[in-house]
Design a protein around this ligand. Sequence first.
Ligand code: GLA
Length: 427
Amino acid sequence: MITVTMRLARRVQPLGCVLALRFLVLVLWDVPAAWALDNGLATTPTMGWLHWERFMCNTDCEEEPDSCISEKLFMQMADLMDSEGWKEVGYEYLCIDDCWMAPQRDSKGRLQADPTRFPSGIHYLANYVHSKGLKLGIYADVGKKTCAGYPGSFGYYDIDAKLFADWGVDLLKFDGCYCDSVEQLANGYKHMSLALNKTGRSIVYSCEWPLYMWPFRKPNYTEIRQYCNHWRNTGDVYDSWQSVKSILNWVSFNQKTIVTVAGPGGWNDPDMLVIGNFGLSWDQQITQMALWAIMAAPLLMSNDLRHISTQAKALLQNKDVIAINQDPLGKQGYLLRKEDNIEVWERPLSNLAWAVAMVNMQEIGGPRSFTINIASLGQGVACNPACHITELLPVKTKLGFYEWTSCLKTRINPSGTVLLRLESQTT
Ligand code: GLA
């Protein structure tokens, strides 16, 4: 068992730039250095699989034995994460969402898994998942009930944390339904963080605290970061372009508040990847993958790994895009500008590299040409005096050497994205 101590550590963020003036700008931009939940976890965004968007609260195993929430479903996903290359590229956490519980706690007040759908119990499932070299995530709720109406953890935080640790759970998604007040919500999220820490087991703590806080007051992200490894800001992702687009709009609209707070140990969570399902076109799937990488988002797929196209699998397993998402500098990207329905997003990476995503938000017409001044990218330093540019999406292509004064021309499909990696060339 790993002993975890919670220290509130002031993070010194490494800066990467070559011009003194820009250095100053970056220093100012970076001032609110965040205090983090330093449990040693989520130093890069969590990667894995989470059942909710695809399987929801399907408890009817008689009618739908292959898609109900049961230990069989998770064991099958674990087998595939192990055998189909998912684990190798970083998808490590296999996460249970709502509806795993029996409707009542046991006589000792402990949560219990539904006995017909999880006959072997969660401890057994955790062992199974660990035997595949993966980690197990579970779900509970800070209030009196989970969002789907199962027993909530209010009044049981310490008992539940200990039970999860005893079972061998490695991640807790803690929802925020059925709370009586914002104070109860905030206290509950903090209490559970400390309770998990007290167990001595390394358990990633995934919160929805700010999402439930926003209707009442602006969340204090510095505080949230002290307690959570990632936190949801936006409503549930659906399997639709409308949903992915509204999440991106929310993030860019609120970027001044949320971008600087993200970093190793604590991340903004724009919710699951729905790539490989039914609702997104190919270009829209590319956009989700590219932008989740730019946003340094947890990559939690919600799809059916037993039935997934080769194309969607290749996109989700794209090592170059995953490397951007997992970049050790740990800075979240942001919307640089939007003009004529084309959004340009960028993200600073380690070794003075940058990722740039150009999204065509126009949903009428065909592919659009777009020309960008290289000097406008990466706060003026990414390609100063020059850089090598590689297109990673939609198709990996080496675009070559670009000088600071040059332009880059590209074509972007409707609701699609061109994702670039810029490698600095300083000599
Ligand atoms: C909320 C959460 C979702 C999911 C459901 C489960 O809506 O935001 O991600 O966990 O509850 O009931």
